[in-house]
Every structure is written in structure tokens, then in C-alpha cells.
Design a protein around this ligand. Structure first.
Ligand code: SAH
Ligand code: SF4
Length: 347
């Protein structure tokens, strides 16, 4: 058993099944998530000897191995390629813009959704990550920040993979990250970005999950969208918008819509008007991100003028729109791009 896979209740249950009181599970929890220890001290006087022995024999604390690190020239982004127990590699990014500290984490090794412009999509799907494999990415970043006297504030699931395709593990990880006796991150500072996984959004709504939601749209008609996001064929826009509306109505919050701007594909004024109409009645904020070019896709980023025109058209619909900088592009900061480069070097 990898102890990082368990949320606090599960850890209490786990040690209770061995006959130990919750107070001992709480102490283990503190070691892992308040003190960020990498192992349970086998001389810990506050934990019973037989518990320490069983922990040593039957559990592990699996920490990913740092395979490679790159820094952007502006110093704001550090990207880590982490190797998991079975040799799979995933990406985790530390971003530090205008006083905000953010960990961008992966939820899967690869991705099954196949968005044509995305380096991870081009790799295909290897497997889901466990909750522990998600949590230890955050711990990796938190340790670095703490060593510099800073604290991690935000976590975004915008690394490799589709988080709502791996719902259970992602939500167990969210529970761990938000636990008040541990990292104690604020739910609203955890953002799950989805390609538009309709059952996943429905479940977030039913469970009234107190986290932020970003939906990657990229197209405002099924034809435009499906050319970039093949998953759109399974869950067409009408269905996706329906479930988004239920989410914003039920939880009384807004949704961030992500739009990767690609020249000649989704950067025209007509397409922007269609988007404005599509989002009517849904409290929204649009994030516009010019495409990061990838090996497997022959597209160009939409230019500055197109981005500003996009923003100004959306303002006619009262939809706030932020143009995101392609910062850290020199560290291959697009999703899956460091791994892509590494594979290319090796071949
Ligand atoms: N699978 C989820 C989360 C990971 S991708 C999702 O698709 O939302 C995080 C964001 O990066 C998505 O909005 C995705 O569309 C965007 N993205 C992926 N590849 C990109 C690229 N090459 N250039 C710009 N944005 C990209
Ligand atoms: Fe998967 Fe997101 Fe990349 Fe699409 S953009 S392939 S859903 S990681």
C-alpha cells in the first residue's frame, strides 16, 4: 500500500483495521502533509512500535524520481519530468507569476482524448495516475517553495491527461490537498480543466465539489470543435453546454472556458460571435491561449490582433476574456511537450 494513495479517512480506516486508534493515523498524516517528511521515522516515540513495524513491512511512500528539470529564461516557470515506479514519465510545472504560486499537475500518463494540437494527445494513453502519484507531484512543488520560504497556493490540473477521465483518483487527491490538517489548500484555488467530459462535470455538480472548473472549448460549433477535439463527437456541444449550465446554476459559480487560438481554425470574428451566443446564460470567463506549436500538428498560433479582436467581440456579450501569455514557451511548457522533446532526443 502506498500511503500517499489514501485520504485521511481512508488512512484512519486502514490503521484501525490493524487495531490502532485514529490518533496514530493523525500523527502519520501530520508527518506526510504538515511536515512533508519523506519517510516515517522508525524511532518516532509517539507511534506504537508494532504499528511502525507493520508500516515498514506493508506500506511504502512512493516518491517519483526527478528525471529532468528545465527553467524558463524569464525565471517564472520550472518544469519537471518525473519518473514513476513503473518507468512512466509525467510532467509537473511550477509557475510563479505576479506573486501567485501554482503547481500544474498531470492526472494521467498520456491521454486518450486525442486533441490534435496537444503533445500529450499525440502520445496516446498509457494509464491513469493513482491519487498518490498526483499528490506527490504537488508535494514536490511544495517542498521547493517551502525551502525558499514560500507557500504553494494554487493547483491546476492542466498537465498531462484528462482529469475527469480519472475521476476517483483526482478527487481523492483533491481531498488530500484540501485537508485542514495537512496542506490545507483552498478548494476554490484548485482548478480542474476538462476537455468536456460530460459525465464527469455532471458528477462534480451532483457532489457539489467546491473546486474551480475550466472547460476546454476551442470551437463554438460541433464542426469546428470536432476538427480539433475528437471527443466532441461523443459529447456534442449542446449536451456539454447543458451540463455546464446545470453546474453554474446548481453551484452558483462560473466556469472558465479555455480557447487555444489557432490561425485560420478558430480565430475569426464570426466564430467569436458564435461563441458569445453559445455562452449566453452561463456565467463564464474565457481564457485565450495562443497555440504552442507541437511536433505532430501543423498549425500556427493566432496572432495578437486576432486575440485582441476576439477579446473585444466577447466584451460585447459581457464575457470577460483574458489573453494568456505563452510564458515559459522555451521550457516546452505546453502540455506534454517536455516529454515529447525528451523522446525525440532519445531516438
Ligand atoms: N485534458 C485537460 C487538461 C490538460 S490540457 C483539458 O484538455 O482541458 C490543459 C490545457 O492546455 C487545455 O485547455 C488544452 O486545450 C491546452 N493545450 C494543450 N495543448 C496545447 C498547445 N499545444 N497549445 C496551447 N494550449 C494547449
Ligand atoms: Fe488530453 Fe487535454 Fe491534451 Fe486534449 S488537450 S489530448 S484532453 S491533455
Amino acid at each position: 500500500m502506498n500511503l500517499y494513495d489514501l485520504n485521511r479517512e481512508q488512512l484512519i480506516q486502514f490503521t484501525e483495521n490493524w487495531g490502532f486508534r485514529p490518533i496514530h493515523a493523525d500523527r502519520i498524516w501530520k508527518h506526510l502533509y504538515a511536515r512533508l517528511l519523506l519517510s516515517i521515522d522508525s524511532t518516532d516515540k509517539h507511534l506504537p512500535k508494532d504499528l511502525l513495524l507493520r508500516l515498514q513491512k506493508e506500506t511504502s511512500l512512493q516518491i517519483p524520481h526527478l528525471e529532468e528539470e528545465t527553467k524558463s529564461s524569464d525565471g517564472f516557470t520550472r518544469k519537471f519530468l518525473l519518473k514513476l515506479q513503473d518507468g512512466e514519465t509525467i510532467e509537473t510545472v511550477l509557475m510563479r507569476y505576479s506573486g501567485r504560486t501554482t503547481a500544474c499537475v498531470s492526472s494521467q500518463a498520456g491521454c486518450a482524448m486525442g486533441c490534435v494540437f496537444c503533445a500529450t494527445g499525440q502520445m496516446g494513453f498509457s494509464r491513469h495516475l493513482t491519487a498518490g502519484e498526483i499528490v506527490t507531484q504537488v508535494l514536490h512543488i511544495d517542498r521547493i517553495l517551502r525551502n525558499q520560504g514560500e507557500k504553494l497556493r494554487n493547483v491546476v490540473f492542466m498537465g498531462m491527461g484528462e482529469p475527469l477521465h480519472n475521476y476517483e483518483s483526482v478527487m481523492t487527491a483533491v481531498d488530500i490537498l484540501c485537508d485542514k490538517r495537512g496542506l490545507s489548500l483552498a478548494g476554490k484555488r484548485i482548478s480542474v480543466s476538462t476537455v468536456g467530459h460530460v459525465p464527469g462535470i455532471r458528477r462534480l455538480t451532483e457532489e457539489k465539489r467546491n473546486i474551480s472548473l475550466a472547460v476546454s472549448l476551442h470551437g463554438a460549433t460541433d464542426i469546428d470543435r470536432n476538427a480539433l477535439v475528437p471527443l466532441g463527437r461523443r459529447w456534442p456541444l449542446a449536451e456539454l453546454m447543458d451540463v455546464c449550465r446545470q453546474y453554474t446554476d446548481t453551484l452558483d459559480r462560473h466556469i472558465f472556458f479555455e480557447w487555444t487560438l489557432i490561425e485560420g481554425k478558430n480565430d475569426s470574428p464570426a466564430q467569436t460571435h458564435t461563441l458569445g451566443q453559445l455562452l449566453e446564460g452561463i456565467p463564464s470567463h474565457v481564457n485565450l491561449i495562443p497555440l504552442n506549436p507541437t511536433q505532430g500538428y501543423n498549425g500556427k498560433p493566432g496572432n495578437n490582433a486576432a486575440a485582441h479582436a476576439f477579446q473585444s467581440i466577447l466584451s460585447q456579450y459581457n464575457i470577460p476574456c483574458t489573453i494568456r501569455q505563452r510564458r515559459g514557451i522555451d521550457v516546452a511548457a505546453g502540455c506534454g511537450q517536455l516529454k515529447e522533446l525528451k523522446q525525440k532526443d532519445a531516438s
